[in-house]
Each structure stands twice: as C-alpha cells, then as structure tokens.
Write a protein that binds this ligand. Structure first.
Ligand code: NAP
Length: 292
C-alpha cells in the first residue's frame, strides 16, 4: 500500500545517470545559498552530491548572511548570462533583508529549474507549458502515476497554500481533471472537507491530520516534514492517535507515502529530471520507466 518514493526515486536517478552517460549530455546546475541556515546547507549539499553522482556538473555559490540584495542580483545576472550554466536554483529561505520576489524575478525563466519565476508560474496558472514544472508537485504526480492512482474526476484536497507546494499542486491537479479543494490555517471545518477527499495531499509541517479524519481507503500524500519530541523525522499525519502501528495505518489507506521515504526523495529526483528538460521529455522518460 506504500507509495514508495525512495525506491522510485532510485530507479529514476539510475535512469538519468545512464541517459546522461549514453548521450554525453552536459548540464550544469548552479545553486545559490545565502546565509547560514543549517537545514538549507544540508539540502544544498544533498542536491550537489546527487547531481554529481549522475554526471551533472554542480556549482554552489555561498554568500554570507549580510549579502546586499544588489550583490545577489548581480550574481544571478552573471549566472543567467553564463552559457555553461543550464539551471539556477536559489535556496530558500533568504535572509529577511532581501526581497525574495525581486530575486525570483531576476532568474532567467529558461534556467528556472524550481519554477519560481513569474513567467513559469504564470504559464502554469493559465494551463500553458512552463519551461519547468515545480519539483515537489511534479514528483508527487510521477509517484501517483507510477502506482496507477487515478486522478481524473477525483476529489483532491490539498492542505497548505504555499507557492512551492500547495498552489502549483492544485494547478497541476486541475490540469489532470481532478476536482480540487485547497485548505489552510483559516479553513473552517477542515475535518469535514478532508472526509470528502479521494486523495489528500498535506503540506503543512505540523501534525494536523489524524487517520480517522480521512475517508477509509483514500490516498494520503504526506509532504510535511517536522521532528517529533525525540528528534525523529515525521510527517503531517498523526497516525499514532488512531493506530498502534504503521501496518494498521497501511490497511486503512488505499495508498500512503511514508515519511521519510515518500515525497522527499521524489522531490530530488524531480529536480534532477528538470536539469535534463532540454534533452528529454520527462513524460517520455517516465513512461519508459512505468512500462518496465
Ligand atoms: P509553508 O509555507 O510552510 O506553509 C504551510 C501551510 O500550511 C500554509 O499554507 C498554512 O496556512 C498551512 N497551515 C498551517 N497550519 C495549518 C492548520 N492547522 N491547518 C491547515 N493548514 C495549516 O508550506 P510549504 O513550504 O509548502 O511546506 C510545508 C511542509 O512541507 C513543511 O514541513 C516543509 O518542510 C515540507 N516540504 C517538504 C518537501 C519534500 O520534498 N518532502 C518539499 C517542500 C516542503 P496559511 O497559508 O493560512 O498560513
């Protein structure tokens, strides 16, 4: 019953590696990291390590916490103009003195592997093809498709309305003909809404959902990442309040993503797919994968 993001991500990464070697593809991902956020440093390190493992060149540009906005804009401009750089990623969050929107707008949409720029976000919103799809929602869709979870006509409830997960996920689900509801911290009667969902996608970062709030035999995609009181990585699903062990949880749902090992690894695989976009249609690569 598990939507095994870890296993699928491994398969995708192996495929990408072979594809790059066979076709002698040259890609170069630039990651800009401003400040000393510990979690961001770990994310950036992992992205670089994964890219290099696949044969994708990766450069991390580390700037100090007190970097002026002007300097960051100049850095992005240089990366935009550098023909060797094929993808640019600015690690969020940025220090509070920097205007995030200004920075995002400065990235060349053709190198915007995160789908942050207004051009790509706007194209997504009008149902046109952006240069890149946002990595986490794209990773979730690949995972659902791989496990043949039907989407068309289903009621998808998304908890969380962030620009990186909730909103683009809703647009991508609409494009797949789902009926979509977005919930957030001000939503009234969350439980009643969740109960009507065929697929719940939770991207909050707090344990806001109990299993019994969700319809029996529905699909649950847990995007949230937080730490419990013992420091253990956990998702948004507070399954301990309804069940004694995870096997019972598995039999309650039609499909569920574990945390860790679900959406997280798919996000990184999805980012790596985006670095290849000019060379390969993600859809065709995935179709090949699904046929295996
Ligand atoms: P975010 O910017 O942290 O926002 C959280 C969202 O949750 C907001 O829309 C907020 O509503 C909503 N919310 C907060 N409390 C709520 C409640 N009690 N009931 C219903 N909704 C509530 O969102 P994010 O950046 O998408 O991140 C969400 C989580 O996903 C985090 O744990 C993050 O680490 C994780 N994440 C994981 C991956 C991955 O690859 N696994 C990728 C991205 C994010 P308001 O808008 O009203 O404040």
């Amino acid at each position: 019953m598990i939507l095994d993001g870890k296993a699928l991500s491994k398969k995708i990464l192996e495929k990408i590696k072979i594809y790059i070697e066979k076709n002698n593809i040259k890609r170069h991902l630039a990651v800009v990291l401003v400040g000393n956020d510990t979690a961001s440093k770990i994310y950036v390190k992992n992205k670089k390590k994964t890219a290099e493992m696949l044969g994708i060149k990766s450069t991390v540009i580390e700037l100090p916490e007190n970097t002026e906005e002007k300097i960051l804009l100049e850095t992005i401009n240089k990366l935009n103009q550098d023909d060797d750089i094929t993808g640019i990623l600015v690690q969020m969050p940025l220090p509070p003195h920097i205007n995030k929107e200004k920075i995002v707008c400065a990235i060349d949409p053709k190198k915007d592997v995160d789908c942050f720029t207004p051009e790509n976000v706007g194209k997504l919103a009008i149902g046109a093809e952006p240069y890149f799809y946002p990595v986490t929602p794209q990773g979730i869709l690949i995972l659902l498709d791989y496990y043949k979870v039907p989407i068309e006509g289903k009621h998808v409830v998304i908890i969380g309305r962030s620009n990186i997960v909730g909103k683009p996920m809703a647009q991508m689900m609409l494009k797949r003909n789902a009926t979509v509801t977005i919930c957030h911290s001000k939503t009234k009667n969350l439980e009643n809404i969740i109960k009507t969902a065929d697929i719940v996608i939770s991207a909050v970062g707090k344990k806001v959902v109990r299993c019994k709030m969700v319809k029996y035999k529905s699909v649950f995609v847990d995007v949230g990442i937080s730490r419990d009181t013992n420091g253990k990585l956990t998702g948004d699903l507070n399954w301990e309040s309804d069940f004694n062990n995870f096997d019972e949880v598995l039999s309650y749902f039609e499909r569920i993503t574990p945390v860790p090992g679900g959406v997280g690894p798919m996000t990184i695989a999805s980012l790596m797919l985006n670095t290849l976009v000019e060379h390969v249609s993600i859809l065709s690569l995935c179709t090949e994968l699904f046929l295996e």
